[in-house]
Design a protein. Structure first.
Length: 103
């Protein structure tokens, strides 16, 4: 059964990549912050992807996250305590808004 945050009609490979992306983001959070989803994790990881500086994450984690994001054409964010898949165009807009408002 598809999750409610997945669009109907997505290619199965995209759905699989989204599931792997969510699992990896959570695993990275657990490894670095000892939390299944550290506050603002999605923004911290995306910033590492953009800057090409993985710290405090590993270069391998960032490479895998980038590949899964491209394969799923999405990024994940927390919404009401649950992971929500967001198309990349929308995510980029949300990320830019976050950068403007968090300064």
């Amino acid at each position: 059964m598809p999750r409610d945050d997945q669009e109907a009609g997505l290619h199965p490979d995209e759905n699989a990549a989204r599931g792997k992306l969510e699992a990896l983001m959570s695993a990275v959070s657990q490894a670095v912050y000892s939390s299944s989803w550290f506050t603002n994790l999605e923004y911290l990881l995306w910033e590492a992807l953009e800057k090409g500086d993985p710290h405090p994450f590993t270069a391998q984690q960032i490479l895998e996250l980038r590949a899964l994001s491209a394969a799923s054409r999405s990024w994940l964010r927390r919404d009401g305590g649950k992971g929500k898949s967001v198309p990349l165009d929308e995510w980029r807009r949300l990320y830019e808004e976050h950068k403007r408002t968090s300064r």
